[in-house]
Design a protein around this ligand. Structure first.
Ligand code: FAD
Length: 601
């Protein structure tokens, strides 16, 4: 904190009232429908600004394994499959290269919010030493290319290619893969890692289609317009520009300091402030790293982080020790206070709430300490519990609002009123701008087949969209009954550990490789999960009532399906006993070699 200000005493009742008031202001009946898909008039927003499409002949061959998506999920699964000796793993990717999230999100300041030591997969295998505690996007993309090259995944990859259809061919016991480049090839196995946050969306603001200035989404940053580079060269072409950024979520928090430094005028349009905690990024000292990097170090760090994020584990140390683990540590600290008998549910909830009030009060006090203008500071304070929305961490975001060229336009929860050919309107006032940057995020709560961009036809002609019409069904978030030799590599219905998404992916990759390896060794052609095993798994996923009521009280956002109650596609559904227990359970499941619930033939 810049000013010496301590958090004030917490008035729990007043906070509860304020949180409810702020949530109610933002609740709206249209939920996910308030956003616009990037189609038709808006399809141009999706053009890849980073690589030219290269012509190639359509593929009509056969491969052992195909992976949809070239992000971490595709890379780590591909790497594990290569390790098992499969020579031909084909990654198909809409983008012009590997990286997934980090290929697309090259906005200035883009960096991971989860510590590099656990966020970057396969560090031990590749020997890469992260340069910073929280790596920036260019380093993450380089790391993706390092994995691809080390495991021989680059040669077979098809870039700028969108999978448009997957169809099970029972006669050939293989999947037919079709793409928008006229490919039609077969694959013994398919896996899908289309990404939890890959489909960009726009806010449905009246008049959005009428704007005549320049505009783009943060996941397709237009450096030709702004100048600068993802590596940090200043955006010199903004020096004479009035720039609007719409949205103040995790992306905006990272890029606003850079826009603030570059633009003649920056208008930040805010519906809901993010909670912005301390970042404390710093270079990683190779000497320190060498001490950590004893065999098995990354697994130890992963296990340690997931344990530290839990309130029921008792980790002896906190290796990452940052803003993510802080809240759980505070809750554990309260639960550990001496009492006559173990805490009951009401006491547990009270400890959780009090720790949260304390934490959020500190985060709000930080705003007041850093931001000079009292009105701006008041508007930047987040009035909800920390895990209601994606927590943010940054050390330059708040101070950006002290620059005279930066203007926070708070909409009091309502969002932008209108967009005109020349600007953005809030509360009847038009702010004329040259450029609008949409930091409006990604689809989360919509149907998976809409986000994949294709449907799948499994056994007996059953479509995945029909099989999932009542919600996602799977075992472990990986196997879907009736869709043999197909695997999902994602977080929902598995460990569902959102504080470190790659942990879920690297773990699922182990499962996919173990199952396929088992099939090859035993000459099996087909694997499917039994209906009973899938049902039993789904039954234990019944959302935890504590989590459901917690989310219902939250201000709307993608964590709580925009305040619409549980989405059948919710990201926040996972193993009943929590992520650490899931990772232990699935380790045992794999190690047993019996693959209970799967049927091989
Ligand atoms: C800006 C940003 C910051 C983030 N920071 C963090 C963080 O700090 N910590 C954290 O845990 N998570 C973070 N995430 C979440 C992040 O998405 C995951 O950590 C991780 O990168 C997901 O990897 P993935 O391979 O599952 O998906 P992605 O990286 O999204 O890759 C999926 C790929 O599939 C491709 N694809 C989709 N459909 C098709 C199709 N039909 N045909 C061909 N290709 C297709 C997409 O183009 C995409 O490249 C962040 C997300 C964003 C957007």
């Amino acid at each position: 904190m810049r000013k010496d200000e301590r958090p004030r005493e917490v008035d729990a009742d007043a906070l509860r009232r304020r949180y409810a008031l702020e949530r109610d202001k933002r609740l709206r009946s249209d939920g996910n429908d308030q956003y616009i898909q990037l189609k038709g008039r808006f399809a141009g927003f999706l053009r890849d600004p980073f690589a030219e499409r290269v012509d190639r002949a359509p593929r009509r061959d056969h491969v052992t394994a195909t992976f949809v998506g070239g992000g971490f999920a595709g890379l780590v699964t591909g790497a594990r499959l290569k390790e098992t000796g499969i020579p031909d793993v084909r990654i198909v990717e809409k983008a012009g290269g590997f990286g997934g999230t980090w290929y697309w999100n090259r906005y200035p300041g883009a960096m991971c919010d989860t510590a590099s030591m656990i966020y970057l997969p396969l560090l031990e295998e590749t020997g890469h030493i992260p340069s910073e505690r929280y790596a920036h996007a260019p380093e993450i993309v380089d790391h993706c290319n390092r994995i691809a090259s080390q495991y021989g995944l680059a040669d077979g990859a098809l870039f700028h290619t969108e999978v448009t259809d997957l169809e099970w061919d029972a006669r050939r016991c293989a999947w037919i893969v079709r793409t928008d480049r006229d490919d039609e090839f077969t694959s013994t196995f398919v896996a899908i890692g289309a990404g939890p946050l890959h489909v960009a969306k726009l806010p449905g603001i009246p008049g959005i289609e009428t704007f005549l200035g320049h505009e783009f989404h943060t996941s397709r940053w237009d450096y030709r317009y702004t100048g600068g580079t993802p590596e940090g060269a200043p955006m010199d072409r903004l020096a004479d520009k009035r720039v609007a950024i719409v949205g103040t979520g995790a992306t905006a928090v990272q890029c606003i300091p850079h826009l603030a430094a570059a633009a003649r005028q920056l208008f930040v349009f805010q519906r809901t402030p993010s909670s912005v905690d301390v970042r404390d990024n710093e270079p990683i000292d190779p000497g320190w790293f060498a001490n950590q990097a004893t065999p098995g170090w990354q697994e130890r760090w992963l296990d340690n982080f997931v344990a530290n994020m839990s309130v029921i584990e008792s980790p002896a140390e906190d290796l990452v020790c940052d803003g993510w683990t802080d809240l759980a540590k505070r809750i554990r600290g309260r639960l550990a206070a001496p009492r006559q008998r173990p805490a009951d549910l009401a006491e547990f909830l009270a400890d959780f709430e009090n720790a949260d009030f304390e934490k959020m009060s500190e985060i709000r006090a930080r705003v007041e300490a850093v931001v000079d203008d009292p009105v701006t500071a008041a508007n930047l304070k987040a009035w909800y519990r920390q895990l209601c929305k994606r927590p943010c961490f940054h050390d330059e975001y708040l101070s950006s609002f002290n620059l005279p060229s930066v203007h926070l336009v708070d909409t009091d929860g309502k969002g932008v009123e209108r967009i005109t050919p020349s600007g953005v309107v809030v509360a009847g006032i038009e702010y004329p701008v040259d450029c609008i940057i949409y930091a409006s995020g990604f689809e989360v709560g919509t149907e998976p087949t809409r986000r994949y961009g294709f449907d799948m036809t499994g056994r007996d002609g059953v479509k995945l969209s029909d099989y999932w019409s009542g919600g996602m069904r799977s075992m472990h978030g990986i196997h879907v009954h009736g869709f043999p030799n197909a695997f999902l590599v994602q977080l929902g219905q598995g460990g569902n550990f959102i504080a470190n998404v790659p942990h879920n992916l690297t773990d699922a990759a182990k499962t996919v490789a173990a199952v396929i390896c088992h099939m090859i060794r035993n000459n099996f052609d087909m694997v499917d999960v039994t209906r009973q095993a899938e049902e039993a798994w789904i039954a234990q996923l019944i959302p935890n009532p504590v989590m459901t009521s917690f989310l219902a009280d939250c201000t709307p956002g993608y964590y709580n399906n925009e305040g619409q109650g549980q989405s059948p596609w919710s990201l926040l559904v996972g193993y009943q006993h929590g992520a650490p227990e899931y990772f232990r359970y699935i380790d045992r499941w794999r190690a047993s070699g019996g693959f209970e619930g799967l049927e091989f033939s």
